[in-house]
Design a protein around this ligand. Sequence first.
Ligand code: ADP
Length: 500
Amino acid sequence: MNESPPTMDWSARAERLRPEVLPWIGGMRVTPDCDAQFSSLNPATGGMVAELPACGEREIDAAVAAARRAFVRGDWSRLSPRERMRRLYAFAEALDRRADELALLDTLEMGMPIGLAGPDLRGAIDILRATVEAADKLIDEVIPNHPSTLLLNVHEPVGVVAAITPWNFPAYIAITKIAPALAVGNSVVLKPSEIASLSCLLLGEIAAEAGIPEGVLNVVPGLGQEAGAALARHRDVDLLTFTGSTVTGRRLLEYAGQSNMKRLILECGGKSPHLVFDDVADLDAAADAIVAGITFNSGQVCVAGSRVLVHRAVRADLLGRLLERASAIRAGNPLAESTSFGPLASAAHFARVQEYVASGAAEGAALVLDGAQARPAPGCYWMPTVFDGVRPDMRIAREEIFGPVLGVTPFEDEDEALRLANATDYGLVATVWTRDAGRGLRLSRGIRAGSVSIIAGPVAGTVDATAGAFEPHGQSGTGVEGGLAGMRAFTRRKAVALSA
Ligand code: ADP
């Protein structure tokens, strides 16, 4: 007989949690030299999860110095790739053992339902493993030259990498940023989001358990404008990798210019389109995927498809299906395993989403499903919301809302669809729903986005995010993430000429 495993009592487990709040610097917990604190609140209840020290320049300086010392010492940066890989696999195992705790911390701080946070985190650990597998396959080059000269192009770790991460997938994004940086031998200083830092604060000690030497992975909690800015302005950071808002991304570009011209990898969100043609293979599957995409993690996903561009001939059919699915979604307690839709991550973000929805109505879009209705209270819940008749000049069509809000815009033909798809400052991902693979391919060339999916047949499940590398367009950011190229991005190329 097939018995399902007993479900865990996550609320009881949450009660017992005593989260670590101190920075992890140079292989140990450090009591920071600052009195200021900030609170982490549970968006489902408004209750306090933890009080954390608001670290500043001093702790950032200490963490960068520890990272530099480790890099120069060479007991990580100069290990053979195999030895680094062995320890990173051990890191993955250790993360797996603590995955429940990491997921629970994320759920408590930013509201992602535990039933999603656990599998999601294990997905990040898989990406870590996939990254590690490739660590000794970054083959360098020998350049043809004079017969007595050996001219090499080798890739070296850049040195000290800073990672500034967001709150929407706290541990996931941190792990996937740390993975390629460490795999090629860098040291890292991680500054997690002040909305959700607790899972990240465990990563340094888990790395230490796996045999990663002290100072190689440091984690400092703090506010963006203080700890974040100090890290981004630091003169001894070689590369800064960031995921977050476009506003902050722009600031980081300025800080790099004002300090040491550190290299930047910026992933700053999107306003990604679905293009649904009248020859779509399966309209139900399209509606399923569109609603699942915009409601997963309550729409707080940078690659979420928030703009639905649809051929006039199927507009009404698609809209009906979207409304049916979106209105059937029920919110629940994030600590219940059956919950698939939780609150937004914070009261400030709730206010932002609310303001966007009001602007859409004020600018003349038809609010055909209002997410303010049927939302549980208290808590920062915002239910799925659908606008019809969205024009490309409206704010809800141009700006990233980062909530479960879809805007539907009709088009007449392929040219108009392409124009609308590109009528945005962003360029992260796009999905084209058409049976005509030729049209899909044409559009994939024309759409300004880092990744384009063409669904010409049945939906084949989710695309394996570990496989590809991509580069955002426009204000979605700069630099490459993912795959072998994403790992190379954490190296510097050097020409070495040997004349013998
Ligand atoms: P959001 O507004 O959605 O929280 P942010 O871009 O502000 O997104 O946050 C993403 C990350 O950037 C967080 O870790 C935050 O602390 C950090 N951050 C915010 N402002 C700054 C800044 N001025 N300098 C450096 N980091 C910052």
